[in-house]
Design a protein around this ligand. Structure first.
Ligand code: SF4
Length: 261
């Protein structure tokens, strides 16, 4: 099996983490790649499911070697490779003046990506008729592992520290969908502007398509380099079933936005 096949297998089946860790840097629940942790396979750092049900059944296991920062990867009983585990970032030890730990504001994804959900609530969540079935945006909030709204000032403070202390080289900001026609674009723009004023950090933001094309120009003016609007699947039947609220925005509307770019 080559490296790419191994990575695909790990991301498909997940990974059983066989021994408790002293420092957990993975992420349970939440938006984006939740229930994952970062591992490095032969110089490639990937996010792999480790905390969900499918990972608990995975034929792949990892046994950490506490003194080396590495772990032994096995497929059933056969040793496959040695993998390394990114260290807990130093910015996790800091807190804002009001006592909010930095790790509740943004997390390290992969090796050098700072990621955050600026609004940890969503109009579609917790409603069977609208909620996306794959989403766990409320879980980390309920568990006290994050805060519901990260302010632009908090994000700028954490981003600066993550760059300075841990060599973070890019930032991803996603959001739950607020009850406004801009679908979160306005708040993401405000957050990005604050971050960019503090530190030069290439930034991607993610939201549903806003109602007005003017938001693309405002995002660009705020310094945002990359925008993700996730259709999840091109199969309309699957969209209607798995993400009944989000599928009310037709695929053609997403495409219309991209043609505009
Ligand atoms: S739109 Fe769907 S995936 Fe996005 S935060 Fe809301 S419920 Fe979750």
């Amino acid at each position: 099996m080559n490296k790419q096949q191994l990575i695909t297998q790990l991301q498909t089946y997940g990974l059983q983490w066989l021994e408790p860790e002293l420092e957990v840097v993975g992420r349970r629940g939440g938006a984006g790649p939740s229930d994952h942790r970062a591992i490095t396979v032969d110089d490639t750092t990937i996010m792999v499911p480790t905390f969900n049900n499918s990972a608990a059944q995975s034929p792949y296991t990892a046994t950490p070697e506490s003194s080396t920062g590495c772990a032994t990867l096995r497929f059933h009983d056969r040793v496959i490779a040695s993998i390394s585990i990114p260290k807990r970032p130093r910015f996790y030890d800091l807190a804002t003046a009001d006592g909010t730990p930095y790790w509740k504001i943004a997390l390290l994804h992969s090796r050098d990506v700072l990621a955050t959900t600026v609004l940890q609530t969503c109009i579609r969540y917790n409603d069977a008729t609208t909620s996306c079935q794959f989403c766990a945006i409320g879980q980390s909030l309920e568990a006290g592992r994050t805060i519901s709204r990260k302010t632009p000032a908090q994000l700028a403070e954490v981003a600066e520290a993550a760059v300075r202390l841990d060599g973070v080289s890019q930032m991803v900001m996603t959001t739950g969908t607020p009850n406004s026609s801009d679908r979160g674009a306005a708040y993401l723009t405000e957050c990005a502007r604050a971050v960019k004023a503090r530190v030069n950090l290439p930034t991607q933001v993610q939201c549903e398509p806003p109602d007005d094309f003017i938001w693309f120009e405002r995002m660009r003016a705020a310094g945002i380099e990359n925008l993700g609007m996730h259709i999840e699947t091109v199969d309309s039947e699957v969209r209607n079933r798995v993400m009944p609220g989000k599928s009310s925005v037709p695929l053609s509307y997403y495409l219309m936005h991209f043609r505009r770019q």
